[in-house]
Design a protein around this ligand. Sequence first.
Ligand code: NOJ
Length: 504
Amino acid sequence: MKLAVLLCSALAVCHGAEVKQSRKFPNYFVFGVGTAAYQIEGAWNEDGKGENIWDYLTHTNPSAIVDQSNGDIACDSYHNYKRDIEMLRELGVSVYRFSVSWSRILPEGLSYYINEAGITYYNNLIDELLKYNIQPMITIYHWDLPQRLQELGGFMNPLIADWFEDYARIVFKTFGDRVKFFATFNEPSEICSGYGSLGKAPMLNETGFGDYLCARNLLLAHAKAYHLYNDEFRPTQGGVIGFILAVSSTEPLTDSEEDKFAVELYSQATWGIYTDPIYSKEGGFPKELVERVAAKSAAQGYSRSRLPDFSEEEKAFILGTSDFFGVNHYSGSYVSQTLYTSQHAIPSALDDIEMGTYAPDEWLQSASSWFQLMPNSVHIFLKLINARYPGVRIYITENGWSSREGIVDEDRVNYYRSALEGVLDALDEGINVHGYLAWSLMDNFEWMAGYSERFGLYEVDFNDPNRTRTPRKSAFIYKNIMKTRMVDHDYEPESYVMTIDEGH
Ligand code: NOJ
């Protein structure tokens, strides 16, 4: 141990990173990494897989993707999954979060025809993980809706709740004997942005309408799958099932009461709309948001609010349907209604709340235009969640940094170190965080950004038919954090050759 650390510990008066080095993650805290099917698997039409909305979008409208690429091959994990698991062993993770591709299992989306080859792929993946004591966490839906269901309206059709329930039943029935950790939906806000903007497939762009309708239908679908697991599978399988939200960090622009309320309203519109119905005391959509959308809708001449509310029965059905709060976190900003500009689409969610955000220029910019490094952002968002739902059990299901192509990733190294210090700060305050999954195991298809933005601990060479994976420095740093269960800011890898430690 360095002299400075010893002195600091003895005096207990130092600030900054060094004194914090002695803090350890508790034993119950799990570490891992995540990926998602469309982003890594490739084999888009192999062995009976059906078309999904990302296959359709990238093939019919390639210019929607920054580099006109697609996930046809991606990391080719359909063929390389054993190498992926070798990387998980190299890192020494205890949890691997991956998603199941709906159209690989049900090519038409509906449950009348099951593609056995798809089942075999996931069975092999799960068995290989368990062989090395790595706990699988399945995301049942990570944005890749079967195209056939989209043609029937997708998340605009209330029947999505039944279709999703049927699909989830197959997932529980087939994999639930070995998988004990499920999440229904990944980032509902992004799923619904596919209906309320041009930001994701299927690019419906029904702003301030499609996104709200989607929120309603998606929550009912989630609740159906939760009840199904709870009633029919949990008694024999004994696992947990939750929901995964995107939560950014927000602080008021000034100390004014208006700006403090702006944080609340912004939280309601960006994530509370999905979480209050599940985790709040009374259930239902957030009160002020409901009032604002109703008032704006009326002023715009609509005879009903564009945010269709739940019946009392539906509210009760959704309330409490999650065993944990899964959260993906990246960016942060200041918020204020004084930052509102009339440039938002009308109608739209941001126009409904008349809100604007601001990220100072000095904040480090990642390769993703939407992602700036807000100081202490991990600690801030954990406090936001805990303040809203005191004591809720939290798993950070995604967190990481985006860079451009290339092996050098000093910014990612710094990002992970300070993010994990933020988790330790939250743990010190008694916030109930139980795990951290880095995003991502390796570079992959970053949706509208194609391969132009890289989130991987391992770099993937997309020009190489073998899709060779090479560990970046951040892989060694994260490995050391998991192994020592501490954040050592001075640690430097002895070499850049990855090996599998004993016991993995
Ligand atoms: C959240 C999404 O779940 C994931 O698919 C995406 O790659 C990351 N954010 C980074 O944008």
